[in-house]
Write a protein that binds this ligand. Structure first.
Ligand code: NDP
Length: 335
């Protein structure tokens, strides 16, 4: 079986150090060691994958590399009793597509501890429509809920709202009865954001205050921030007493210029959200919620399904902030 060839999107360096990307073939012998070999049926496109496709050293440990932090498929070989051949499984995060070859390939080989059984009630494709984006949006919303913010406490601001994490956060907050205020750079997509459940829509400019005042007028009961930088700095200073800001992203920057005043005068909670290493039991609980009481309807309306050959074009688009909703990659011919 080790000679079996499979298609993948490979990132490598040429002789003079330029990063090259192409769809090509590799054999199973090229995969890293691991207890479980999975035939990937669907993967997805996340911002982190696009960074990996650039060979970004903050994401990728070594080249050649196959990106894809998400994969869903069927177990082909397993040395672990928990996962029998034929089982349908989902893998998100850990080192998949970062330190280890990822889901933009027809096969992945991974440690059994990274694998979640296909959550009951979701198809393989639906798990990848959600993917790390949905898994992250759900953790952000969970942080808001568990820290005691209720729908009647006020509006929840969501930045990067037409992107993967953002659109799923808007949908989930709306489902749970919160008023989600969507922040977008794509004014032409306002009506789409209302369809997804936004109560109001703001432009990116309206969401940023460039003064250095330690506290600003308080508007938000909570926040899901995918942008970071000046946007996150503004939101923390605009959060109401005992509000919760779930910070998960960096598309707008990594700096965070703040004083302690929002925390010690307003009791604001800044909740860091990191999906990749979420402990296994909490991981199962998030997937259980997403497949039961937090199950989202109408996901097909925010999903684009592409093949491996289309990935390069979509990588360029996500880097420019142009992606709308979620992009699923079908590794079988069945899109
Ligand atoms: P997407 O590209 O799908 O969404 C990001 C959205 O942010 C864009 O669609 C755009 O939405 C907005 N945006 C893009 N550039 C800028 C900018 N310069 N300033 C302000 N807004 C901008 O990415 P994902 O949803 O996959 O990821 C979003 C962020 O969350 C990334 O930083 C990613 O790394 C992070 N992330 C973190 C995880 C974690 O575990 N902590 C897991 C998953 C993602 P619009 O046009 O509507 O404004």
């Amino acid at each position: 079986m080790n000679n079996t060839a499979f298609r993948c999107y490979l990132v490598e360096k040429d002789a003079v150090g330029n990063v090259l990307r192409r769809v090509t073939e590799r054999s199973l012998a090229n995969l890293p060691p691991g207890e479980v070999l999975v035939r990937v049926e669907f993967s997805s496109l996340n911002y982190k994958d696009a960074l990996a496709a650039q060979g970004n050293p903050g994401v990728v440990r070594k080249l050649p590399h196959v990106p894809g932090i998400d994969a869903a498929g069927t177990v082909v070989e397993s040395a672990d009793a928990r996962f029998k051949s034929g089982a349908q499984v989902v893998i998100t995060g850990y080192e998949l597509g970062a330190g280890q070859w990822g889901g933009w390939a027809e096969y992945v080989r991974v440690p059994a501890d990274w694998i979640v059984p296909l959550p009951q009630g979701l198809s393989l494709k639906e798990t990848m429509v959600l993917g790390t984006a949905g898994f992250t949006a759900a953790q952000c919303v969970q942080a808001i809920v568990l820290n005691g913010v209720k729908p009647e406490d006020g509006e929840i601001i969501v930045t990067g709202a037409t992107g993967g994490v953002g659109c799923l956060a808007v949908k989930l907050l709306a489902k749970l009865g919160y008023s989600a205020v969507a922040v977008t750079g794509k004014s032409e997509l306002k009506s789409r954001l209302y369809e997804w459940g936004a109560a109001r829509v703001l432009s990116r400019e309206e969401a940023v205050n460039t003064t250095d005042r330690p506290l600003l007028s308080a508007f938000w009961a909570g926040a899901v921030d995918t942008v970071g930088g000046q946007t996150l700095t503004t939101i923390v200073r605009e959060t109401k007493p005992y509000g919760v800001v779930a910070a998960c992203g960096l598309v707008g920057g990594t700096d965070l210029k703040l004083t302690v005043h929002p925390f010690i005068l307003r009791g604001v909670t800044l909740a860091g959200i990191g999906s990749a290493l979420l402990p296994y039991d909490r991981r199962l609980e998030i997937w259980r919620k997403l497949s039961h009481e937090w199950r989202l309807e109408g996901l097909d309306k925010l999903t684009t399904t592409i093949g491996l050959d289309d990935v390069e074009q979509y990588v360029q688009r996500i880097l420019k902030g142009e992606i709308i909703g979620r992009t699923v990659i079908a590794l079988t011919s069945d899109k």
